[in-house]
Design a protein around this ligand. Structure first.
Ligand code: AMP
Ligand code: ZN
Ligand code: FE
Ligand code: FE
Length: 290
């Protein structure tokens, strides 16, 4: 492929190793079909998706970055209601400290699920842990799996309704989970030779752009290297604001769709809701920084 200005990339993709519905092999095949120039598999708190893709072998026409999306807690001075997710790119997937940290997060997810099920049961939503494990296959269980099961069993019409009524933060079946401190998340990504990037800043529900800028400055002092500027939920205005911010603070820009397959059916790989596009040049700049 000719990596001209028209080539698109997608650096935020979930596989069956977490709560995506496409296996790493299917992701590689789809990315090729879509003529994407570069992708990264960024599963929640696991590198198994990236590992599997490397094991299968990435087609020569596609550039591939290993990735992870770590659930982190914000600095105490930034009490956001949304989740702080730190993306790590081009990580060494066998790094011992990274894997140890991820194992802790995986354990925390396991411990949380019975709590969510218990709350749902007490609200009259009859789903069991066994049913849920059937739903997931080998990957890590997340709230989207629970939401899908609730749709299947007719308790809600859509995944969105499951989050809005039950599973979202502050809703009755929400159970918090342990997260690693953001400084730790950044440190382990750097330690694994990777590039730490703050994911979808506007999903943090900031009051304004200044909130994000303060957070970015704090995270940069911890070693943050980039901002996920391009994201389907970011308006053109937000994208331009975040791009300016990245320039002001000499941070890299990244972008991706947060593709989850049928667990986020409105979002397509590479193109989001249809007109979303992340330019290849961002991948090149990321590579130059490594
Ligand atoms: P978990 O890792 O179990 O906390 O679930 C996080 C995932 O749930 C994210 O990747 C989102 O895709 C999804 N999610 C979080 N909040 C919502 C929401 N309000 N509506 C739909 N999906 C959501
Ligand atoms: Zn997810
Ligand atoms: Fe995220
Ligand atoms: Fe994500």
């Amino acid at each position: 492929m000719d990596y001209n200005n028209n080539a698109g990339i997608d650096l935020h993709i979930h596989s069956t190793a977490s709560d995506g519905t496409f296996s790493p092999a299917e992701i590689l095949a789809l990315a090729q079909d879509l003529n994407l120039a570069a992708i990264a598999i960024t599963d929640h708190d696991t590198v198994n998706g990236s590992k599997e893709a490397l094991g299968i072998g990435v087609p020569p026409s596609l550039k591939f970055l290993t990735g992870v999306e770590i659930s982190a807690s914000p600095p105490p001075s930034f009490p956001y209601s949304g989740s702080l997710h730190i993306l790590g790119y081009s990580i060494k997937i066998d790094d011992p400290l990274l894997n140890k940290t991820l194992a802790t997060l995986q354990e925390a997810r396991k411990n949380r699920n019975p709590g969510i099920i218990g709350r749902l049961n007490s609200m009259g939503v009859a789903i069991s842990m066994d049913e849920l494990l059937n739903e997931v296959g080998g990957g890590q269980l997340g709230r989207p799996h629970i939401a899908r099961l609730m749709v299947k069993k007719g308790y809600v019409e859509s995944i969105k309704e499951a989050f809005d009524k039950y599973l979202g933060k502050g809703k009755p079946a929400y159970v918090d989970k342990y997260r690693v401190d953001c400084s730790r998340a950044i440190e382990v990504i750097l330690g694994a030779g990777g590039i730490p990037v703050i994911a979808h800043p506007f999903l943090l529900n900031p009051r304004n752009i200044e909130d994000i800028e303060e957070l970015v400055i704090t995270l940069k002092a911890m070693g943050l290297k980039g901002i996920e500027v391009y994201y389907p939920e970011h308006s053109p205005y937000v994208i331009s604001q975040l791009a300016d911010m990245a320039n002001r603070h000499e941070l890299l820009m990244t972008g991706g769709t947060d593709f989850h397959g049928s667990l986020k059916p409105e979002i397509k790989m590479g193109s989001g809701r249809g007109n979303f596009f992340v330019p290849y040049i961002l991948y090149e700049r990321l590579m130059e920084s490594i």
